[in-house]
Design a protein around this ligand. Structure first.
Ligand SMILES: *[C@@H]1O[C@H](CO)[C@@H](O)[C@H](O)[C@H]1NC(C)=O
Ligand SMILES: *[C@@H]1O[C@H](CO)[C@@H](O)[C@H](O)[C@H]1NC(C)=O
Ligand SMILES: *[C@@H]1O[C@H](CO)[C@@H](O)[C@H](O)[C@H]1NC(C)=O
Ligand SMILES: *[C@@H]1O[C@H](CO)[C@@H](O)[C@H](O)[C@H]1NC(C)=O
Ligand SMILES: *[C@@H]1O[C@H](CO)[C@@H](O)[C@H](O)[C@H]1NC(C)=O
Ligand SMILES: *[C@@H]1O[C@H](CO)[C@@H](O)[C@H](O)[C@H]1NC(C)=O
Ligand SMILES: *[C@@H]1O[C@H](CO)[C@@H](O)[C@H](O)[C@H]1NC(C)=O
Ligand SMILES: *[C@@H]1O[C@H](CO)[C@@H](O)[C@H](O)[C@H]1NC(C)=O
Length: 759
C-alpha cells in the first residue's frame, strides 16, 4: 500500500521521541490521519505540523503538551476530527477552528487550563460532536448553536458557561446526548429537539429552573439541583429510562409508585429532597425492579419501615432520614448482591439481625447513629473477609467484640465508637493487615495496650479514647511501626509509665515537611468511604469544636496525638519534636515532669498544644515564640516559671492558657508587672533579651494569627486537594460497584478513562 493510494493513512507514532512532528515525516504530506495518542509527548505542538496541510483527522489525546492550540489549525480546510483531550493544553482556544467548514468532531475535554468561548456558528456547520467538558471554556452559549443542524452529541459539563440555554436548541433534530451539568447556566430549559429522540439529558448543578414537558423516549435524565418541586410526570411512561438523578431538588411528599415499575431503571438518586413517604402499596419482594442496582435516598425525611430492597441492589443508601423501625430479621437474605449498604443516621432500633452475615458481598456496612442495641452478631466479625468498612458507631451495642476475625480479614475501617462495648481487645483483629482506621473510642473496654496492632503497617487512625485501657504504652523495640499513622488518641484511659520516645520515631506520616501539598501524603493508598457532602460536613464539625474524634473521615494531612487524661509520667520525650507535621498535641492531665523540651518548637505546623495539668517545670522554651500557626496553647496548672515568650501568638492568648503556674509572668498573665514574681531561674541573658518585643517579627507574623479554623479550611478548599478528591471518588465508586460499571457501559457519566484509539 503506498501513501498516495490510500484514502486514510494512519500515522500512529508510538513513542518515537518527544517531538511531535519530526523531519522524517514531512515528506508524507498526504497524510490525512494523525493519531498520536498516549505517547507522553511533552513538547509544545510544533509549527512544522502546518506542513501536513491535508490532515483531516488530528488525534493527540493523552499527552503533556502544556502549550496553546496553534491558530494555524484553522487553515486545515479538510479537518473533520480534532481530539486533544487530556493533554494539559492552556491559553485561549482559537475560535476560528470552530468555523472551519468541515469539522464533525471536536473534543478538547479535560484540559483544565484551556480557555475559550463559543463563536457565532455559521449555517453550514457540520459539527456532530462537541466535547469541551472539564475545560475553562466560558461565556454565553450562542443562539446560533441551533444552526448546527448535524449536532448530535454535546458535552459542555464542568465548564464555566453562563447565561441561558438558547431556545434555538429546540431545532437540533439530530440531538441525542446533551450534558451541560456543572456550569453556571440559568433561566428555563427549552424542549430539546422538540422532545424527540434525545436519549440523555444531564443538566445537574446549574441555576436552572426546569419545567420539563413531554419527552418521547429517554435513557438518562440528570436534573440534580434544578429547583424541581415535583416528579416530572412524563417519566412514568419512560420504558427505557436507565439512569435518573433528581437529587438536590425541593421535591416533597411522596415517592410515587410508578418509579419502581420503570423496568429498565438501573440507578435512582433522590437524595437531598424533602421526601416523606413512599406511595403504597408496599412493593416488597416484587419482581418488577429486576435490574435496579443503585438507590440513593439519603438526606430526606422518609419515615417508617425500610422500603424497597430490590433483589439486584448493589448500592443502597438510606442514611439521614427518619426511618424508625427495627431492621427486618431476614434483611441479609435480600442483600445478596449488595456491596454498599447504609442505614446511618436514622432511628432504627432493636438488634442487628444475624442474617446480615448472609450478605456476603458487602464491602461497606454502615449502621451508625441509630438506636440499635444488643450484641454485635458474632458472625459479623467472622464475615469480614470481604468487608472493607464496618461502621456501627453511636448505637447502644453491648457485650464484647468477638475475637474471631479471620486470617483473610480485609477490613480497612472498623468504627465502633460510642457504644457500651466491654471486655478485652479482640486479639484476632491483628490479622486485619489492611486496617487503616480503628476507632473503639467511648466504650467500656478493659485491657492493656493492644501491641499486636504493631504489625499493621497501614494503620492511620487509632482511637481508644475513653475506655479502661491501662498499663504501659510501649512499642517493644520493633522497628518501623505505623509509618502511616496520622491520628492517635489514647485520651481518658489509665495508661501509666513514660511516653517512650523511641516509639515516636517511626511515625513518618507525622514527619512530612510542612511545605508538602496536602495530596502528597500517602495519596496512592488513601481512601474515602463517604460522599463529598458527608466528608465536608464531618470536617467542619472538627473545626468548630476543636479536636473532635469524628475527624477520622479524613483529611490525609491532619495529624494529631492525644494522650490526655491518663497517668503518663516522666518527661516529655524530645523525640516528640521530630513529628514536624503534627497539627495537634494534647498531653494534658497526666503527671508529666521535667522541662518542656525545646525540640517541640520544631513542630512548625502545630496549631493546638495542650500541656495543662501536669507537673512540668522550668521555663517555656523561648523558641516557642516562633511557632506561627500555634493558635491554641494551654500550659496552665504546671510548675512553669519565668517570662512568657513575647510574640504575637502568645500575646493574643487568654490568661487562662498560663494560669496556675506560680512562677510565670508577663503578658497575657500579668501585664508587664513583675511585682511579687520570683526572678527567672535561667542563667543566661535570655530573659534580658525577651523583654523586648520584636516588632519586626510581630508585623511579619500578623497575617498568621487567624488560627486553626482558617488553616484547616484552606486545606480543605485547596484546589489540588479537590481535584485529587474527585479522582479518588471515582476509583472508589468503581471499586465499590464493579458490576455497576459493566452494567452501565456507555451510560457511565463524565468520566473517560481510556483514550479512544482510532483503529
Ligand atoms: C427553528 O427553525 C425555524 C426554521 O428555521 C425558525 O423559524 C425558528 O425560529 C427556529 N426556532 C428557534 C427557537 O430558534
Ligand atoms: C446522588 O446525588 C448526590 C447529590 O447530587 C451525590 O452527592 C451522590 O453521590 C449521588 N449518589 C450516587 C450513588 O451517585
Ligand atoms: C442465611 O442463608 C441461608 C441459606 O440461604 C439460610 O439457611 C439461613 O437461615 C440464613 N441465615 C440467617 C441468619 O438468616
Ligand atoms: C509481627 O511481625 C513480627 C516481625 O515482623 C513477627 O515475628 C510476628 O510474628 C508478627 N506478629 C503477628 C501477630 O503477626
Ligand atoms: C486536651 O484534652 C483535654 C482532656 O481530654 C480536653 O479537656 C482539652 O479540651 C483538650 N485540649 C484541646 C486543645 O483540645
Ligand atoms: C486551659 O486548661 C485549663 C485546665 O484544663 C482550663 O481551665 C482553661 O480554660 C484552659 N484555657 C484555654 C485557653 O484553653
Ligand atoms: C502589679 O501587680 C500587683 C499585684 O498583682 C498590683 O498590686 C500592682 O498594682 C501592679 N502594678 C502595676 C504597675 O500594674
Ligand atoms: C546555665 O544553664 C546551662 C543550660 O541551661 C547549664 O548547662 C549551666 O550549667 C548553667 N550555668 C550556671 C552557672 O548555672
Amino acid at each position: 500500500m503506498s501513501v498516495s493510494d490510500s484514502r486514510f493513512v494512519d500515522l500512529v507514532l508510538s513513542r518515537t521521541g518527544n517531538s511531535l512532528v519530526s523531519s522524517n515525516i514531512i515528506f508524507v504530506a498526504k497524510v490525512e490521519v494523525l493519531s498520536v495518542s498516549t505517547c507522553n509527548l511533552s513538547d509544545p505542538i510544533d509549527s512544522s505540523l502546518q506542513k501536513l496541510h491535508s490532515l483531516s483527522v488530528i488525534h493527540l489525546e493523552n499527552n503533556y503538551f502544556s502549550s496553546q492550540v496553534p491558530e494555524f489549525l484553522s487553515n486545515f480546510s479538510n479537518l473533520t476530527s480534532l481530539r486533544i483531550s487530556y493533554s494539559r493544553l492552556n491559553g485561549t482556544f482559537p475560535e476560528a477552528i470552530f468555523l472551519v467548514p468541515t469539522p464533525e468532531t471536536i473534543d478538547l475535554s479535560n484540559n483544565e487550563q484551556l480557555q475559550g468561548s463559543l463563536p457565532e456558528f455559521k449555517k453550514t456547520g457540520s459539527l456532530r460532536s462537541l466535547v469541551l467538558s472539564r475545560t475553562n471554556f466560558s461565556g454565553l452559549l450562542p443562539d446560533s448553536i441551533g444552526e448546527l443542524k448535524m449536532l448530535s452529541r454535546i458535552d459542555l459539563s464542568f465548564c464555566n458557561f453562563t447565561g441561558g440555554i438558547p431556545s434555538s436548541m429546540e431545532n437540533l433534530t439530530e440531538l441525542v446526548y446533551l450534558d451541560m451539568s456543572n456550569n453556571r447556566l440559568n433561566g428555563s430549559v427549552p424542549l430539546f429537539n422538540k422532545g424527540k429522540n434525545v436519549e440523555e439529558i444531564i443538566l445537574s448543578h446549574n441555576d436552572l429552573s426546569v419545567l420539563l414537558s413531554q419527552y418521547y423516549i429517554i435513557t438518562t435524565l440528570a436534573l440534580a439541583s434544578c429547583k424541581l418541586r415535583k416528579f416530572p410526570d412524563f417519566l412514568r411512561y419512560q420504558s427505557i429510562l436507565t439512569y435518573l438523578d433528581l437529587s438536590q431538588n425541593q421535591i416533597h411528599g411522596e415517592i410515587p409508585n410508578w418509579i419502581w415499575r420503570l423496568s429498565n431503571l438501573v440507578q435512582l438518586n433522590l437524595s437531598f429532597n424533602a421526601l416523606v413517604t413512599l406511595e403504597g402499596p408496599s412493593l416488597h419482594a416484587s419482581s418488577t425492579f429486576s435490574i435496579l442496582s443503585v438507590i440513593d435516598l439519603h438526606s430526606n425525611q422518609l419515615q417508617g419501615q425500610i422500603p424497597i430492597l430490590p433483589p439486584s441492589a448493589a448500592y443502597l443508601d438510606y442514611s439521614r432520614n427518619n426511618f424508625s423501625s427495627t431492621i427486618p430479621s431476614d434483611i441479609g437474605n435480600s442483600l445478596n448482591f449488595t456491596t454498599f449498604f447504609s442505614l446511618s443516621s436514622n432511628n432504627f432500633h432493636g438488634i442487628i439481625p444475624g442474617s446480615i452475615c448472609n450478605a456476603s458481598n458487602l464491602q461497606v456496612l454502615d449502621l451508625s447513629n441509630n438506636s440499635l442495641c444488643g450484641k454485635i452478631p458474632k458472625c459479623l466479625s467472622a464475615m469480614v473477609s470481604g468487608l472493607a468498612v464496618l461502621n456501627l458507631r453511636r448505637n447502644n451495642l453491648v457485650g464484647s467484640i468477638s475475637d474471631n476475625f479471620p486470617g483473610n480479614c480485609s477490613l480497612e475501617t472498623l468504627d465502633l465508637n460510642g457504644n457500651r462495648l466491654e471486655g478485652k481487645f479482640p486479639k484476632s483483629l491483628a490479622q486485619c493487615a489492611k486496617l487503616e482506621v480503628l476507632n473503639l473510642g467511648n466504650n467500656q473496654m478493659t485491657d492493656s495496650f493492644p501491641y499486636l496492632l504493631r504489625n499493621i503497617s497501614s494503620l492511620r487512625v487509632l482511637i481508644l479514647r475513653s475506655n479502661n485501657y491501662f498499663g504501659r504504652f510501649d512499642c517493644h523495640k520493633t522497628n518501623g511501626t505505623w509509618p502511616m499513622l496520622q491520628i492517635i488518641d489514647l485520651a481518658n484511659n489509665s495508661f501509666t509509665g513514660d511516653i517512650p520516645g523511641n516509639c515516636l520515631t517511626t511515625w513518618r506520616a507525622m514527619m512530612v515537611d510542612g511545605d508538602a501539598s496536602p495530596s502528597v501524603l500517602n495519596q496512592a493508598k488513601f481512601r474515602v468511604f463517604q460522599f463529598s457532602e458527608l466528608y465536608y460536613r464531618d470536617a467542619l464539625t472538627i473545626t468548630s469544636k476543636g479536636l473532635e474524634v469524628e475527624l477520622v473521615k479524613i483529611l490525609n494531612i491532619y495529624t494529631s496525638v492525644d494522650f490526655s487524661c491518663n497517668k503518663f509520667s516522666g518527661s516529655i520525650p524530645k523525640e516528640m519534636g521530630g513529628l514536624i507535621s503534627l497539627y495537634a498535641l494534647n498531653l494534658s492531665s497526666n503527671t508529666l515532669t521535667g522541662e518542656i523540651p525545646s525540640s517541640l518548637a520544631n513542630l512548625k505546623q502545630l496549631e493546638s498544644l495542650d500541656l495543662s495539668k501536669n507537673n512540668l517545670s522550668g521555663q517555656i522554651p523561648e523558641e516557642f515564640a516562633k511557632l506561627n500557626f500555634l493558635s491554641s496553647v494551654n500550659l496552665s496548672y504546671n510548675q512553669l516559671v519565668g517570662l512568657i515568650p513575647t510574640s504575637t501568638q502568645f500575646s493574643t492568648l487568654p490568661a487562662s492558657s498560663f494560669e496556675g503556674n506560680k512562677g510565670l509572668w508577663g503578658p497575657p498573665l500579668t501585664g508587664d508587672n513583675r511585682t511579687g514574681m520570683p526572678l527567672p531561674t535561667n542563667n543566661g541573658s535570655h530573659s534580658h533579651v525577651r523583654q523586648e518585643i520584636d516588632w519586626d517579627f510581630v508585623s511579619a507574623e500578623i497575617g498568621f494569627v487567624s488560627g486553626f479554623g482558617i488553616a484547616i479550611g484552606s486545606l480543605l478548599f485547596c484546589k489540588k486537594w479537590r481535584k485529587w478528591y474527585y479522582r479518588a471518588m471515582y476509583s472508589i465508586l468503581v471499586k465499590i460497584f464493579p458490576q455497576l460499571e459493566q452494567r452501565l457501559g456507555n451510560h457511565r457519566r463524565h468520566v473517560y478513562i481510556n483514550p479512544r484509539w482510532r483503529s
